[in-house]
Design a protein around this ligand. Structure first.
Ligand SMILES: Nc1nc2c(c(=O)[nH]1)N[C@H]1C(S)=C(S)[C@@H](COP(=O)(O)OP(=O)(O)OC[C@H]3O[C@@H](n4cnc5c(N)ncnc54)[C@H](O)[C@@H]3O)O[C@H]1N2
Ligand code: MOO
Length: 391
């Protein structure tokens, strides 16, 4: 058995490097750009008005301008404005050649076809967004590895970049094992349970950006399981299994993976829940066999599968706790294991929730994530700081 730290270090070293694909902007939310992005154009690409008002050529003396014409946003011609004249202009419309200042309409007086305004309130250049003020053609607008937020995607669109190289997530197949599993909505017979791990993994995978997921359920039968494993290995880069990885007579997952040519990276971690976690690789494929208890599935996904997927997608910093916060009450634990506790964060204090057993899901609806109570300690005091991992 290895420690939590050793398991994470093995995973960090063995996670394949990101696969790069050029995708349209509609498909890149939440992904990272694989290369720096340079702007192919000036933005704005023409001087334009920041206000609805009147464009003029600035003149230092108080005076009036003869009103002539109108320019709306989207106007595609540029007829020069003569000195002493003003033109009606709207926000986003091109400021004509010869004009250099826009006076908002609220400050304008119009009399006999001429406009005037209080000179002291304005100066030359006011309310004109100059060509290239945001970005010059050739400027670097994004570093490699930047996470594409809605705002970042807006920036790319604004400079005319509509396809971008990104680090794409691995393709994922999920195999759930267990004779006792029934889908939610079906009638349970004695001895059967509802499939919680399927919905858990589906939700978690969607959360980390895997849109297309195939989840199948197989019986505890070595031949059927072997076939399912081989089929998944032929189709997916990352395969996640649940159940059948412990020491029971019907636990066939480990031997099924080995007979399919999967090489073990580790089996069993000194932790609770999720002790019998198995991870293997085959070429550039990774295989996680999660212990079947739902709390073990959630813990192992949170601690190992999620950071692996994130690293695969170009984020190497998601292995460590997000916060260090003080415990609200003392914790007793087995000193030989790291314990992951379901917790709620209340005003920067970590509250340990009830129902910490591996089969018990009751606290998950209100939990904010896990606190890590490390190996080597048999108890923690109230007020002691623990690493907290959010969902
Ligand atoms: N003699 C020993 N027995 C067990 C040990 C051990 O060291 N020695 N370890 C225990 C620990 S810790 C865990 S965790 C479990 C892991 O067992 P498996 O990975 O083999 O999982 P299963 O036995 O198939 O299932 C465990 C548990 O989870 C329920 N389950 C399974 N799939 C689902 C699902 N899709 N949705 C909801 N619940 C599911 C299943 O019914 C079992 O109750 O082994 C301990 N045993
Ligand atoms: O490692 Mo298990 O999840 O404690 O029952």
């Amino acid at each position: 058995m290895i420690s939590v730290k050793e398991a994470k270090s093995i995973l960090q070293k063995n996670t394949p490097s990101s696969r790069i694909q050029v995708l349209p902007l509609e498909e890149v939310a939440g992904l990272r750009v694989a290369e720096p992005v340079f702007s192919p154009m000036d933005v704005p690409s023409f001087d334009n008005s920041a206000m609805d008002g009147y464009a003029i050529q600035w003149n230092n003396s108080q005076g009036s301008w003869q009103l002539e014409g109108e320019i709306a946003a989207g106007a595609t011609t540029d007829s020069p404005l003569q000195e002493g004249k003003a033109t009606r202009i709207f926000t986003g419309a091109p400021v004509p050649q010869g004009a250099d200042t826009v006076i908002p309409q609220e400050w304008i007086t119009i009399k006999d076809g001429e406009i005037s305004f209080d000179h002291d309130r304005f100066q030359k250049g006011d309310n004109v967004r100059l060509k290239g003020a945001q970005t010059k053609s050739g400027d670097k607008i994004m570093e490699a590895g930047t996470l594409l937020s809605p705002g970042g995607i807006g920036l790319l669109a604004s400079v005319g970049v509509h396809r971008v190289p990104v680090m794409v997530p691995p393709t994922v197949g999920v195999i759930l094992t267990g004779n006792e599993i029934k889908e939610v909505g079906q009638k349970l017979e004695f001895g059967e349970i509802y499939n919680a791990n399927g919905p858990i993994l589906n939700a978690y995978l969607q959360q980390v950006g895997i849109g297309k997921i195939e989840i199948i359920t197989v019986k505890d039968n070595p031949d059927i399981l072997r076939q399912a494993i081989n089929k998944a290995l032929a189709s997916y880069e990352l395969i996640i299994l649940s159940g059948g990885i412990s020491v029971g007579d019907y636990d066939y997952v480990k031997e099924g993976l080995e007979s399919a040519g999967v090489r073990e990276l580790f089996y069993k971690i000194k932790q609770k829940p999720g002790k019998p976690l198995y991870v293997g690789i085959k070429g550039e494929q990774m295989i996680f066999a999660l212990p079947g208890n739902p709390a073990s599935v959630i813990t192992c996904f949170n601690q190992y599968v999620k950071p692996t997927i994130k690293q695969w997608m170009g984020d190497k910093d998601s292995w460590e706790p997000r916060q260090w916060l003080a415990l609200d009450s003392p914790v007793k634990k087995n000193p030989n294991l790291t314990t992951f506790l379901k917790v709620k964060i209340e005003k920067d204090i970590v509250k340990i929730l009830p129902g910490q057993e591996s089969f018990n899901l009751i606290s998950f609806s209100e939990a904010d994530g896990f606190a890590e109570a490390p190996e080597g300690l048999d108890h923690l005091e109230a007020g002691e700081k623990v690493g907290v991992y959010g969902w």
